[in-house]
Design a binder for this molecule. Structure first.
Ligand code: XMP
Length: 513
């Protein structure tokens, strides 16, 4: 089935994924590609509309990201956002300059004329601005459709050529009518009808997977997390017993986790899966001995995973495909752009390039997390599993700062268990996006009874987030924290101090490594 598609061309701004998610929420399929995508490829992609994202550069300086002007002649509607709007102005003969005052934060704009982009929006509306350059003069054929006190051209358009530009960010929540503006662009201007529905996705994926795999044998890496569980059940619906799920206990799981996964997916669970549990902890511990550098740890764990699967595949006999639960943010974060790789994600960057399988299948590769959850519900997976909080592939390996040892794993497992248990008891676990305990590499002095102690500090982390790209630290009530802290210090051997991480993302990341 051919979907209507919107293409997001990425100029390096921080909200790029958010734009794509917003468009998908409007039931229109959307992909993010780097601005360097060739015109040929763009034509091949055949989008109903294109969105240029924001970005940190000044379009009038040499070496700034730029695009072939011919793109404006493809007769495809284009919406430029922030940098994207300035670039459109600059390339088409308008004037972009550095502003005397940067505009940052919530701003009122006044809409003039009757732009389709602002259909059903108020004449004065709050938007989110974040820019230092501004469009001083619009190109010929363009009319100004909105202005603010500090920004004479907050929006402009050339309706005839379906070119639209906004200086502000319609994709962020603070732009009160941003969703409406994007809807107007996608539906009124690009003429989409909204054919991206998860029920269709499920049907189509099952059909495609059946066709692709034929009577081949498939091995699925099942971790019990949302993504791999949804991938496994999707595959199982497509090819039944041709699928074998391998659950690797790398010894870096949370307390009781291995048992819980086995209960759901194992022989006694409700799915009729071929399920194999491999206890590979010793292999991982050996490989991780003496390793302290976070990226090396990630790479080692990722690589060892594949080796374990290869060994399993050999035991099973011939295997054609390996399934992984990679999702779209992993794909984007692992180096769509030339910007720095923050972390090599297990499932993508952490994989070795030589793999003993014909091909890796990633059926969720194009989905955002909320879409994966919808697919899970469509497939009848219980909601407690579908809404499970994320647990990273490298597991506790990246929640223990410095060298991973059995002793440290035990400490962090016990502390994390208490933390989770108390948050559930307090009834606030479901309000939180993600929460966990990590083991700092710091030992410090304490006193227990009359004895001096010199033990580890546990760091607790809890964040609220809607997309895991940005996150705010969670305000957990002090009395709950008090219980947790006391219990951890009293019950977990080797800990004499509990710290709470008050850092948002950015500048921190959610995980510690
Ligand atoms: P960071 O630490 O990058 O985490 O802010 C963002 C989200 O991603 C999860 N995470 C991972 N998930 N494999 C995964 O499947 C990984 O290697 C990985 N690293 C981080 C993290 O738990 C958070 O939800």
């Amino acid at each position: 089935m051919k979907h209507e598609k919107i293409l997001v061309l990425d100029f390096g701004g921080q909200y790029n994924q958010l734009i794509a998610r917003r468009v998908r929420e409007l039931n229109v399929y959307c992909e993010v590609h780097p601005y360097t995508m060739s015109l040929e490829k763009i034509k091949e992609f055949d989008p109903k509309g294109i969105i240029f994202t924001g970005g940190p550069n000044s379009c009038y300086l040499p070496n700034s990201p730029v695009i072939d002007k011919e793109i404006f002649e493809l007769d495809i509607p284009i919406l430029g956002i922030c940098y994207g709007s300035q670039l459109m102005a600059h390339l088409l003969g308008g004037k972009v300059l550095k502003a005397d005052v940067s505009e940052y934060g919530k701003t009122e704009i006044n809409i003039v004329g009757d732009s389709k982009l602002f259909d059903d929006c108020h004449r004065q509306t709050t938007v989110w601005m974040s820019h230092t350059d501004y469009i001083k003069e619009q190109p010929k054929n363009f009319v100004v459709t909105a202005y603010s006190d500090d920004c004479p051209i907050a929006a402009m358009e050339d309706e005839k050529h379906k070119l639209y530009a906004v200086q502000f960010h319609p994709e962020v929540m603070h732009t009160v009518e941003g969703k409406m503006m994007l809807k107007n662009f996608v539906y009124l201007i690009c003429g989409c009808r909204g054919d991206w529905q998860m029920a269709n996705f499920v049907k189509q994926s099952i059909k495609d997977l059946k066709e692709k795999i034929g009577d081949g044998k498939v091995l699925c890496a099942l971790s019990g997390g949302v993504d791999s569980s949804v991938a496994a059940v999707l595959l199982s619906n497509a090819i039944g017993k041709q699928l074998t799920c391998v659950f690797v206990d790398h010894g870096l799981l949370r307390k009781n986790e291995a048992k819980e996964v086995e209960e759901v997916f194992g022989p006694k669970g409700s799915y009729k899966l071929n399920f194999i549990k491999v206890d590979a902890s010793e292999r991982f511990y050996q490989k991780l001995k003496g390793v302290t550098e976070p990226e090396r740890k990630r790479k080692i764990i990722g690589e060892e995973f594949i080796r374990v699967f290869e060994d399993e595949a050999k035991n099973i006999g011939h295997v054609d495909y390996l399934v992984q639960g990679t999702i779209y943010p992993d794909v984007i974060e692992s180096g769509l752009r030339k910007s720095a790789v923050i972390k090599s994600h297990h499932n993508v960057g952490g994989l070795p390039s030589v793999v003993d399988f014909k091909e890796i299948i990633e059926p969720l590769r194009l989905l955002f997390k909320d879409e994966v959850r919808k697919v899970g519900l469509e497939l009848g997976i219980p909601s407690n599993l579908v809404y499970r909080q994320p647990f990273p592939g490298p597991g506790l390996g990246i929640r223990i700062i410095g060298e991973v040892t059995k002793e440290k794993i035990k400490i962090v497992q016990e502390a994390d268990y208490i933390y989770r248990e108390e948050l559930t008891k307090a009834g606030i676990d479901k309000e939180l996006g993600q929460y966990f305990a990590a083991l700092t590499n710091m030992q410090s002095v304490g006193v227990m009874g009359d004895e001096r102690t010199y033990e580890y500090a546990i760091a607790l982390r809890a964040v609220n987030t809607s997309d895991f790209m940005t996150a705010d630290w969670a305000r957990i009530p002090y009395d709950v924290m008090d219980i947790i802290s006391r219990r951890i210090v009293n019950e977990v051997k080797g800990v004499n101090r509990v710290l709470y991480d008050f850092t948002s993302k950015p500048p921190a990341t959610i995980e510690f490594e």
